[in-house]
Design a protein around this ligand. Sequence first.
Ligand SMILES: [Zn+2]
Length: 267
Amino acid sequence: MLEFYGQLLEPEMRGWFLVVMFLFGACVGSFLNVCIWRMPLNESIVFAPSHCTKCNAKIAWYDNIPLVSYIVLRGKCRHCHEHYTIRYFVVELITAVLFCGITALQNNSDYSFLPIALTTTAVLIAAGIIDFEHGIIPDKLTIFLLIAAGCLHWWINGMSVMFDFLAVAVAVAAVTGIIAWAGKIIFKRTVLGWGDVKLLTALGTAFGLMPLAGIIALSAVLGIISGVAGAVKRKEKIAAQEIRYGVFIAIAGITYIFFRDWFSNYF
Ligand SMILES: [Zn+2]
């Protein structure tokens, strides 16, 4: 068991810790870009070196520095001058800001929530963007989060706590799985996708049952608002709207990490 308690950091050290977490977040965001691009194509995220998606030229390490390289090269490939989407830069920046912000919110004498919070944030950024663009949530992401959350609970809170969270995962998988299956039969359309079921199961493993209930409530409200807005805008029925629910699970999950105390008043 690892102790995250006690006066860990002097105020000055805490400032440096936040800077380090910002830079660490930028690097993680750079890797998330690779996941977001390659996972829907079923390409390896580890073995193929970074290359330009147009001219295939290998990208040298000095052209692959998170945040910096995009600005230096003005978002273009050094070889073929193809414009890269600003999304690469935005994902790196958002991940860096979220990692720094989440770390800043932790009590200086208790960082026990931080590893799970950051791991989950990274997975939710990738899952949310991939679901937004492709309408899928890759199994690799959800399975990674499930296993990582289980291991982190074991490491930080001990084995019995890990089994408590795994029991939550089994319950969440069963209930959401029945909803997905029954919804398909009753309404003859996908009410809850299997990718969403797996993502909710992984989030249950990370945060536990009541926080997950809060995340589901918030994401459902966001999904309904988006469905109504889409229906009004396109002058269609609400039932005709395709709602990429994973996007709202991601937003609700990250919101929970930031407002954990507030959530705990209600869930
Ligand atoms: Zn190129």
